[in-house]
Design a protein around this ligand. Structure first.
Ligand SMILES: Cc1ncc(COP(=O)(O)O)c(C=O)c1O
Length: 443
């Protein structure tokens, strides 16, 4: 008899610290919800050849219907594919601003260009510093280096996986020009502490809300609290147009500078393809009419999908509470609504006989549960040294300043999250129903 197959998921873990199974979480995900198999029990882990606990796929993403397709085709047939002269990107800006509870929105071609535009609108450039978290997508820091400024990484709060707001002040100096918190996974950074620090030091806050559509802090939409809030509509996002982005603000002057920047420096509101009259610096970060059409269609279901994710996340919270060693990350008390782009988890291998998180994730994947291992430390990525060693950075920054930047670039808590404790499930996992499903008879 194959010895491997006689091992139960639980015995396997008991017997080996280098094993590949994830018993406890498997049990946690078993039960009565969309995540669950009613069978449960002690079987051979799928990673060792057993039957996966779940074989049904999670809901497909994106979601669309005939109306979405028609809206897209209408844009096509209008022959107005660029927003200059079009109506759809304009309409999207108005509707998105309304949804976010702010007067102004400037659409962009992506979340990255929304962040880049914001930095340019604020005049942030060579020699400046911007405070950012290290547990985020590369663009958050990449855009800062792109304007020949230094992204100063502030360590992550291990309880929430958000920037640790208590560590921000010690990184503020005479070169700091902005604080750029990320509302990671749709959870909120601690906006009470961040806005207090920003006003104390006279700094603008650019909220990277690229994962936080519909999330709220004290009943205000994430992205609407700082001076500028940036969103992404890239394909994996809860609001998806393949690529796309937006900046929101309550400050008319700032949003006009943003709108101008996205349109090669034409005056804000100038939506004709002029060949002169560029009073401002700019680039082409315009949203297309196709993106506008897709977003107008997709926005129709954003509220309902957000509600469903929240409901399913609450169910998963309850189930995980029974399992020592794996738990959802906490949120700050000021967060009144979560956007659930990611369902972020803290993993403690001590409760899994020392099983490293990457092996745990592999075992979960084999069981049909798409657990991801999350970000790698952004502050250690190769592009940073590449930038620091570039001719441009060496002419803008003194050798001493670059050395001091390198020395200060340490985020030990973040390293631990990336290496040992941080896991997540993607937003589409939370879009299922709570019907109990059955796997076929087990081997
Ligand atoms: C936190 C964060 N910031 C910025 C971006 C960049 O957005 P985009 O991919 O639309 O350029 C993303 C996208 O993944 C993100 O998650």
């Amino acid at each position: 008899m194959n010895k491997k197959k006689t091992l139960s998921r639980r015995t396997f873990l008991k017997n080996t610290s280098a094993g590949l199974a994830g018993t406890a979480t498997f049990s946690a995900l078993a039960g009565t919800s969309v995540f669950c198999s009613p069978a449960g029990g002690a079987e051979v882990p799928a990673v060792l050849g057993g039957t996966p606990v779940r074989r049904e796929p999670f809901p497909a993403w994106p979601v669309y219907d005939d109306t979405d397709v028609q809206m897209y085709l209408d844009a096509y047939h209008s022959k107005q594919w660029c927003r200059l002269g079009g109506t759809r990107a304009d309409r999207f800006e108005k509707e998105f601003a309304g949804l976010m509870g702010v007067p102004w929105c400037a659409a962009t071609s992506s979340g990255t260009t929304a962040l880049n535009t914001s930095l340019n609108a604020l005049g942030i450039g060579p020699g400046d510093e911007v405070i950012v978290p290290p547990y985020t997508f590369v663009a958050t820091a990449g855009v800062v280096f792109q304007v020949f400024a230094l992204a100063v990484f502030v360590d992550t709060d291990p309880e929430t996986h958000q920037i640790n707001a208590d560590l921000i002040e010690e990184r503020i100096n005479e070169h700091t020009r902005a604080i750029m918190p990320v509302h990671l996974g749709g959870g909120a950074a601690d906006m009470d502490k961040i806005t207090a620090l920003a006003s104390k030091h006279g700094l603008p806050v650019i909220e990277d809300a690229c994962q936080a559509w519909m999330g709220e802090w004290r009943h205000r939409k994430l992205g609407s609290i700082g001076g500028l809030g940036c969103f992404s509509f890239q394909a994996s996002k809860n609001l998806n147009s393949g690529e796309g982005g937006a900046i929101i603000s309550s400050n008319r002057e700032l949003i006009e500078l943003c709108a101008s920047y996205t349109n090669n420096g034409r005056p804000a509101g100038q939506q004709r393809a002029t060949l002169s009259g560029y009073p401002f610096p700019g680039s082409n970060h315009r949203m297309t009419e196709f993106q506008g059409a897709i977003l107008l269609g997709q926005m129709r279901r954003l509220e309902e999908q957000t509600r469903l994710r929240t409901e399913n996340a609450a169910c998963l919270d309850r189930l995980l509470a029974e399992i020592p060693g794996i738990s959802p990350v906490k949120t700050y008390p000021g967060q009144t609504r979560h956007a659930y782009h990611l369902y972020m988890l803290r993993y403690d291998k001590a409760h899994f006989n020392g099983l490293p998180k990457r092996k745990f994730a592999r075992a979960m994947e084999a069981e049909g549960i798409p657990v991801r291992t999350g970000y790698e430390p952004l502050n250690k990525e190769g592009f940073i040294e590449y930038r620091l060693n570039s001719r441009a950075f060496r002419s803008v920054f003194s050798r001493e300043r670059l050395e001091s930047y390198r020395k200060g670039n340490r985020c030990p808590e973040n390293d631990k999250i990336c290496e040992e404790t941080g896991l997540w499930l993607g937003q589409y996992v939370l879009l299922g129903t709570k019907k109990t499903w059955r796997t076929s008879p087990r081997r």
